[in-house]
Design a protein around this ligand. Sequence first.
Ligand code: GNR
Ligand code: NI
Length: 173
Amino acid sequence: MAQLTILEYPDPRLRTIAQPVTVFDPALKRLVADLFETMYAAPGIGLAASQVDVHRRLLVADVSEDKDDPRVLVNPRILEREGAQVYQEGCLSVPGIFADVERSNRIVVQAQDAEGVPFTLETDGLLAVCIQHEMDHLDGKLFVDYLSPLKRAMVRKKLEKQRRQAAPAAASA
Ligand code: GNR
Ligand code: NI
């Protein structure tokens, strides 16, 4: 197992459209294990392969309190959506930034597990938010894209400042 490096906004690689998973081999299982390790270590409630520069359509999530409800969705597709909810979102690729985003309240998702076996998941609340957030990553989309251009400019500025303060030596070298 290994912890993978998470790409950070505005890295252009986060804009890549992920391709379907077609091969369900041991390498895919290893990737799933590494995604979980990276997500739990961060810590986060979800992680899309896109965020670790693997542009394949899979995501992991665990929104449980006790971190004992791991979910893997390969090639996810939303079949139905209903209602709306607003949640204050964050993203491991946009560290330290939080903003309200409106998404569907209840979704029905079709996906495959790590073995390629199809399943359908009906969910709402935080898991529905998380799955929609992760599926956006697979399409090169970030939650800050839903903010106004002014707010997004503020986000970019705040991230630049955070980075300057995190690595002053590197910045002046
Ligand atoms: O850890 C995460 N928390 C979170 C909170 C509210 C809405 C979405 C998320 S997902 C995020 C992890 C992440 O960046 N996944 O792509
Ligand atoms: Ni994210």
